[in-house]
Design a protein around this ligand. Structure first.
Ligand code: AMP
Length: 419
């Protein structure tokens, strides 16, 4: 068995990957070519680009170890990815050229850019690569076949490489040509980042150390009903904050003034609380709140019990009593899963509740008392603002895929790699 290929999957700790890799290498027999003639990596989606430049390189930085590993082993690494929602044709504002430029700077070696991801243009660029070279191909979504999971498009992609490595957990909830169809055409493996993400999520939902708490915040109940329904069957404490807590309060007959709330979902909130009780999952709601008359930075605000929200005010954050209660609940838990801010954290001073609980969770994690996994775009921004992202056990940058996992759904891009 060739050590390199196997080593790449060692992070998984799963025999299946080693077996797959071994079989693949055995089929190849005595090869004179480098270990990977072609490796494939896949950017996580939505590396943000503004004015032709990558504005936040977090997702790219996370890919560097895997990319470097492949290149250092003499692979010709072809990076395929998507960005934004172009309408199935070329659109310069969604070009991946800035991503190739940024990647080159980050990785400290030239990165070739191919202005198309299939056909002659791509084949020429790929044909010019030497072992250890990296190329980024243009946005996959410039071809309609990508989102249609079209076998013909997948075939055109597969022609360029010998091995497919799926390393984008954040796109794994879509069955697209580059996450699904291609895996039926090339020997396919999960990359280190995707494996890390799946392992982290399994550690909190499949066989966690109990008690387990989930902190679910964010704007609306309506977008997270399947998440809440799935979690009450899995966690011991469901801590609810953010705008969505208002609908739960409303469901209990609390007057929430001008707060963001969804009266149409009060019944759903009641059902979730009822089902949670039947499953011995404790739903924890805020006892007090920070209220203001306007959703505005610096708006005059004050703290009050949730039972006393004035009719002309809105709840924009959880209050200190709520934070103390959440902290107490968390101090008795061994595992934490967090999605969604507890308040309108983007505007001061309404991030304090979120930041305080984030700091508590980070300290408990550092002290070895808690395994903490958080995810979702706003959540990551909130943890960044609190300065604790790297103190959590794992922070997922995936948005939709993270939520679908919390809903208990099978993700096509993970299933295709038999992770
Ligand atoms: P989500 O995408 O559902 O996780 O929601 C995140 C958004 O919820 C953030 O932009 C927050 O500003 C917003 N949010 C959280 N709490 C409140 C609240 N009490 N009132 C209004 N918006 C809120």
């Amino acid at each position: 068995m060739e050590a390199g290929l196997v080593e790449l999957y060692r992070v998984t700790g799963e025999r299946r990957y080693l077996d797959q890799a071994a079989k693949f290498v055995a089929r190849r027999g005595q090869r004179t070519l480098p270990e990977h003639e072609f490796g494939w990596q896949y950017f996580q989606d939505a590396v943000p680009v503004r004015n032709g430049e990558v504005s936040d390189a977090t997702r790219l930085e996370r890919l560097l170890p895997g990319l470097k590993d492949l290149a250092n082993r003499g692979a010709k690494v072809i990076v395929i990815s998507h960005f934004g929602r172009p309408k199935g044709g070329p659109d310069p504002q969604f070009s991946l050229r800035p991503v190739a430029d940024k990647l080159s700077k980050l990785i400290g070696r030239p990165v070739t850019f191919a202005p198309d991801c299939i056909g002659e243009v791509a084949e020429k660029v790929v044909g010019s690569l030497t072992p250890g070279d990296i190329a980024v191909l243009e946005n996959l979504r410039f071809h309609k076949g990508e989102e249609k999971n079209d076998p013909g498009f997948a075939q055109a992609l597969a022609k360029l490489g010998d091995i497919f490595i799926g390393d984008a957990f954040s796109t794994a909830h879509r069955a697209h040509a580059s996450t699904d169809a291609i895996t039926r055409l090339l020997p396919s493996f999960a990359g280190p980042l995707l494996m890390e993400e799946v392992a982290a999520l399994r550690s909190v939902l499949d066989n966690p150390q109990r008690p387990v708490a989930a902190v679910i915040g964010g704007a609306k109940v309506s977008t997270k009903i399947p998440v809440l329904t799935n979690l009450i069957a899995k966690v011991d404490k469901l801590i609810i904050g953010g705008g969505m807590a208002n609908t739960f309060l409303l469901a209990q007959g609390v007057n929430v003034g001008k707060s963001l709330a969804e009266p149409d979902f009060a019944e759903t909130a009641r059902r979730i609380m009822h089902d949670a009780k039947a499953r011995s999952c404790e739903v924890v709601l805020p006892a007090d709140a920070v209220v203001a008359a306007k959703f505005e930075a610096g708006a005059p605000s004050r703290t009050c019990p949730v039972l006393e929200v004035p009719a002309d005010q809105m709840i924009l954050d959880v209050g200190p009593k709520a934070v103390a209660h959440y902290t107490d609940v968390l101090s008795r838990c061994r595992t934490l899963l967090w999605n969604g801010p507890l308040g309108a954290f983007e505007i001061a001073p309404f991030g304090e509740g979120t930041f305080a609980l984030a700091r508590t969770a980070a300290a408990a994690t550092e002290a070895g008392r808690l395994t903490s996994v958080a995810g979702g775009g706003d959540t990551v921004a909130a943890l960044n603002a609190a300065g604790v992202t790297d103190k959590f056990s794992y922070v997922s940058t995936a948005g939709g895929a993270f939520l679908e996992w919390l809903e208990g759904r099978e993700l096509p891009g993970v299933a295709a790699l038999a992770v």
